[in-house]
Write a protein of this length. Structure first.
Length: 240
Protein backbone atom coordinates (compact mmCIF):
# COMPACT_ATOMS: atom_id res chain seq x y z
CA UNK A 1 0.00 0.00 0.00
CA UNK A 2 1.34 3.40 -0.90
CA UNK A 3 1.94 6.13 1.65
CA UNK A 4 0.26 9.50 1.26
CA UNK A 5 2.71 11.33 3.46
CA UNK A 6 0.52 11.66 6.55
CA UNK A 7 2.53 11.63 9.74
CA UNK A 8 0.07 9.33 11.50
CA UNK A 9 -1.10 5.88 10.49
CA UNK A 10 -4.00 4.13 12.21
CA UNK A 11 -4.24 0.35 11.94
CA UNK A 12 -7.78 -1.02 11.57
CA UNK A 13 -8.53 -4.73 11.90
CA UNK A 14 -10.92 -6.35 9.41
CA UNK A 15 -13.01 -9.45 10.10
CA UNK A 16 -15.26 -10.97 7.43
CA UNK A 17 -16.14 -14.58 6.71
CA UNK A 18 -16.23 -14.28 2.92
CA UNK A 19 -13.07 -13.45 0.91
CA UNK A 20 -14.98 -11.24 -1.54
CA UNK A 21 -16.42 -9.11 1.26
CA UNK A 22 -13.03 -8.92 2.94
CA UNK A 23 -11.50 -7.75 -0.33
CA UNK A 24 -14.21 -5.11 -0.66
CA UNK A 25 -13.58 -3.83 2.86
CA UNK A 26 -9.84 -3.67 2.28
CA UNK A 27 -10.36 -1.63 -0.90
CA UNK A 28 -11.85 1.32 0.98
CA UNK A 29 -8.45 1.99 2.53
CA UNK A 30 -6.89 2.70 -0.86
CA UNK A 31 -8.35 6.20 -1.18
CA UNK A 32 -6.41 9.29 -0.19
CA UNK A 33 -7.21 10.46 3.38
CA UNK A 34 -8.83 13.85 3.74
CA UNK A 35 -6.94 16.93 4.87
CA UNK A 36 -5.58 16.46 8.36
CA UNK A 37 -6.84 12.89 8.60
CA UNK A 38 -4.58 9.98 9.42
CA UNK A 39 -3.79 7.29 6.90
CA UNK A 40 -5.79 4.12 7.61
CA UNK A 41 -3.99 0.80 7.30
CA UNK A 42 -6.10 -2.41 7.07
CA UNK A 43 -5.01 -5.39 9.15
CA UNK A 44 -6.62 -8.60 7.89
CA UNK A 45 -6.88 -11.68 10.05
CA UNK A 46 -9.10 -14.00 12.04
CA UNK A 47 -11.08 -12.66 14.96
CA UNK A 48 -8.94 -14.52 17.47
CA UNK A 49 -5.75 -13.38 15.80
CA UNK A 50 -6.76 -9.73 15.75
CA UNK A 51 -7.92 -9.83 19.37
CA UNK A 52 -4.46 -11.06 20.38
CA UNK A 53 -2.86 -7.98 18.77
CA UNK A 54 -2.80 -5.64 21.76
CA UNK A 55 -1.59 -2.74 19.60
CA UNK A 56 -4.85 -2.80 17.65
CA UNK A 57 -7.43 -0.22 18.74
CA UNK A 58 -10.04 -0.31 15.94
CA UNK A 59 -11.84 -3.32 14.48
CA UNK A 60 -14.37 -3.67 11.65
CA UNK A 61 -16.65 -6.69 12.12
CA UNK A 62 -18.90 -7.82 9.26
CA UNK A 63 -21.89 -9.51 10.88
CA UNK A 64 -23.32 -10.40 7.48
CA UNK A 65 -20.71 -13.07 7.05
CA UNK A 66 -19.02 -13.52 10.41
CA UNK A 67 -19.77 -16.90 11.95
CA UNK A 68 -21.78 -16.53 15.12
CA UNK A 69 -22.97 -13.00 14.41
CA UNK A 70 -23.58 -11.48 17.87
CA UNK A 71 -21.33 -14.14 19.38
CA UNK A 72 -18.44 -12.40 17.64
CA UNK A 73 -19.28 -9.14 19.40
CA UNK A 74 -19.63 -10.90 22.73
CA UNK A 75 -16.20 -12.43 22.22
CA UNK A 76 -14.76 -8.97 21.55
CA UNK A 77 -16.46 -7.47 24.59
CA UNK A 78 -15.20 -10.29 26.80
CA UNK A 79 -11.60 -10.39 25.58
CA UNK A 80 -10.94 -6.83 24.39
CA UNK A 81 -13.46 -4.36 25.82
CA UNK A 82 -11.05 -1.56 24.92
CA UNK A 83 -11.50 -2.10 21.17
CA UNK A 84 -13.52 0.45 19.23
CA UNK A 85 -15.81 -1.48 16.90
CA UNK A 86 -17.28 -0.62 13.52
CA UNK A 87 -20.07 -3.12 12.84
CA UNK A 88 -21.61 -3.92 9.45
CA UNK A 89 -24.86 -5.85 9.69
CA UNK A 90 -28.28 -6.40 8.14
CA UNK A 91 -30.57 -3.42 7.69
CA UNK A 92 -33.91 -2.88 9.37
CA UNK A 93 -32.97 -4.75 12.54
CA UNK A 94 -33.14 -2.12 15.28
CA UNK A 95 -32.69 -4.77 17.94
CA UNK A 96 -29.38 -5.88 16.44
CA UNK A 97 -28.19 -2.27 16.19
CA UNK A 98 -28.97 -1.71 19.87
CA UNK A 99 -27.29 -4.95 20.88
CA UNK A 100 -24.24 -4.03 18.82
CA UNK A 101 -23.91 -0.63 20.48
CA UNK A 102 -24.39 -2.15 23.91
CA UNK A 103 -21.66 -4.66 23.03
CA UNK A 104 -19.29 -1.78 22.34
CA UNK A 105 -19.83 -0.78 18.71
CA UNK A 106 -18.95 2.85 17.92
CA UNK A 107 -20.51 2.61 14.44
CA UNK A 108 -23.19 0.50 12.77
CA UNK A 109 -23.71 0.33 8.99
CA UNK A 110 -25.97 -1.84 6.88
CA UNK A 111 -25.45 -3.54 3.53
CA UNK A 112 -26.56 -0.46 1.59
CA UNK A 113 -23.59 1.50 2.86
CA UNK A 114 -21.16 2.14 0.01
CA UNK A 115 -17.36 2.25 0.30
CA UNK A 116 -17.36 6.01 0.78
CA UNK A 117 -19.85 5.79 3.66
CA UNK A 118 -17.92 2.97 5.33
CA UNK A 119 -14.71 4.96 5.03
CA UNK A 120 -16.41 8.03 6.50
CA UNK A 121 -17.78 6.01 9.43
CA UNK A 122 -14.32 4.62 10.20
CA UNK A 123 -12.86 8.13 10.11
CA UNK A 124 -15.60 9.37 12.45
CA UNK A 125 -14.84 6.57 14.93
CA UNK A 126 -11.07 7.09 14.75
CA UNK A 127 -11.66 10.79 15.46
CA UNK A 128 -13.40 9.86 18.72
CA UNK A 129 -17.07 10.08 17.78
CA UNK A 130 -19.83 7.58 17.00
CA UNK A 131 -21.82 6.65 13.90
CA UNK A 132 -25.24 5.11 14.43
CA UNK A 133 -28.87 5.63 13.39
CA UNK A 134 -29.97 8.65 15.41
CA UNK A 135 -33.57 7.53 15.79
CA UNK A 136 -32.36 4.62 17.93
CA UNK A 137 -30.67 6.80 20.52
CA UNK A 138 -33.78 7.17 22.70
CA UNK A 139 -34.39 3.43 22.52
CA UNK A 140 -30.83 2.84 23.64
CA UNK A 141 -31.38 5.14 26.61
CA UNK A 142 -34.50 3.20 27.61
CA UNK A 143 -32.61 -0.08 27.31
CA UNK A 144 -29.69 0.97 29.47
CA UNK A 145 -31.67 2.85 32.09
CA UNK A 146 -33.70 0.00 33.51
CA UNK A 147 -34.70 1.84 36.68
CA UNK A 148 -35.55 5.55 36.49
CA UNK A 149 -33.64 7.59 39.03
CA UNK A 150 -35.67 10.60 40.15
CA UNK A 151 -32.60 12.06 41.82
CA UNK A 152 -31.03 12.74 38.44
CA UNK A 153 -33.23 15.79 38.02
CA UNK A 154 -31.48 17.38 41.00
CA UNK A 155 -28.02 16.64 39.65
CA UNK A 156 -28.28 18.46 36.34
CA UNK A 157 -25.18 20.63 35.96
CA UNK A 158 -25.18 24.17 34.64
CA UNK A 159 -24.04 24.31 31.01
CA UNK A 160 -22.88 27.39 29.15
CA UNK A 161 -24.49 28.25 25.83
CA UNK A 162 -21.39 27.07 23.97
CA UNK A 163 -21.35 23.77 25.88
CA UNK A 164 -25.00 23.28 24.93
CA UNK A 165 -24.16 23.88 21.26
CA UNK A 166 -21.31 21.36 21.44
CA UNK A 167 -23.52 18.84 23.22
CA UNK A 168 -26.26 19.19 20.60
CA UNK A 169 -23.75 18.41 17.86
CA UNK A 170 -22.36 15.45 19.82
CA UNK A 171 -25.91 14.06 19.94
CA UNK A 172 -25.91 14.34 16.14
CA UNK A 173 -22.79 12.14 16.08
CA UNK A 174 -20.57 14.97 14.85
CA UNK A 175 -16.81 14.57 15.27
CA UNK A 176 -14.67 17.19 17.00
CA UNK A 177 -13.47 18.35 13.60
CA UNK A 178 -17.02 18.76 12.28
CA UNK A 179 -18.11 20.60 15.43
CA UNK A 180 -15.16 22.97 15.13
CA UNK A 181 -16.00 23.75 11.52
CA UNK A 182 -19.70 24.27 12.20
CA UNK A 183 -19.13 26.54 15.19
CA UNK A 184 -16.17 28.36 13.68
CA UNK A 185 -13.78 27.50 16.51
CA UNK A 186 -10.59 25.49 16.81
CA UNK A 187 -10.69 21.73 17.30
CA UNK A 188 -8.66 22.03 20.50
CA UNK A 189 -11.36 24.33 21.87
CA UNK A 190 -13.98 21.71 21.06
CA UNK A 191 -11.92 19.10 22.91
CA UNK A 192 -11.79 21.41 25.93
CA UNK A 193 -15.58 21.84 25.87
CA UNK A 194 -16.09 18.07 25.57
CA UNK A 195 -13.74 17.53 28.51
CA UNK A 196 -15.70 19.97 30.65
CA UNK A 197 -19.00 18.38 29.64
CA UNK A 198 -17.72 14.97 30.71
CA UNK A 199 -16.48 16.32 34.04
CA UNK A 200 -19.75 18.13 34.72
CA UNK A 201 -21.89 15.10 33.89
CA UNK A 202 -19.54 12.40 35.19
CA UNK A 203 -19.51 10.71 31.77
CA UNK A 204 -16.71 8.34 30.79
CA UNK A 205 -17.01 8.75 27.00
CA UNK A 206 -19.12 10.42 24.31
CA UNK A 207 -21.76 7.67 24.26
CA UNK A 208 -22.12 7.91 28.04
CA UNK A 209 -22.29 11.70 27.71
CA UNK A 210 -25.07 11.43 25.12
CA UNK A 211 -27.07 9.05 27.30
CA UNK A 212 -26.72 11.26 30.38
CA UNK A 213 -27.68 14.34 28.39
CA UNK A 214 -30.90 12.74 27.15
CA UNK A 215 -31.82 11.03 30.41
CA UNK A 216 -31.34 14.23 32.41
CA UNK A 217 -32.85 16.52 29.75
CA UNK A 218 -29.76 18.72 29.84
CA UNK A 219 -30.64 20.51 26.61
CA UNK A 220 -33.20 23.34 26.66
CA UNK A 221 -36.34 22.77 24.63
CA UNK A 222 -35.48 25.51 22.15
CA UNK A 223 -31.76 24.77 22.10
CA UNK A 224 -29.15 27.42 21.38
CA UNK A 225 -28.84 28.76 17.82
CA UNK A 226 -25.74 27.31 16.19
CA UNK A 227 -24.10 29.86 13.95
CA UNK A 228 -20.48 29.88 12.82
CA UNK A 229 -18.44 32.68 14.32
CA UNK A 230 -17.79 35.50 11.89
CA UNK A 231 -15.01 38.07 11.86
CA UNK A 232 -12.82 39.88 9.41
CA UNK A 233 -9.96 37.53 10.19
CA UNK A 234 -11.51 34.25 11.26
CA UNK A 235 -9.29 31.91 13.25
CA UNK A 236 -8.38 28.77 11.34
CA UNK A 237 -9.41 25.33 12.45
CA UNK A 238 -6.23 23.64 13.60
CA UNK A 239 -5.28 20.11 14.52
CA UNK A 240 -3.42 18.89 17.57
Amino acid sequence: MCSFGNSETIRVGLVAGEPIRLEGLASIFESHPGDGLAQLLPVIGTLEGLLSDLTLVYLVVDLNSSTGSMDALETVRRKRPDLRLIVIGPEGNDELVLESIIAGARAYLDLKAGPRTVRQAIEVVTSGSIWAPRHLLSKLIDRLLDVPDSSLANLSPHLTSREIQVLELILLARSNREIARQLGIEERTVKAHVGRLMRKTGADNRIDLSMRALSRSLLPANGVPIRPQSSRNPRPVTDE
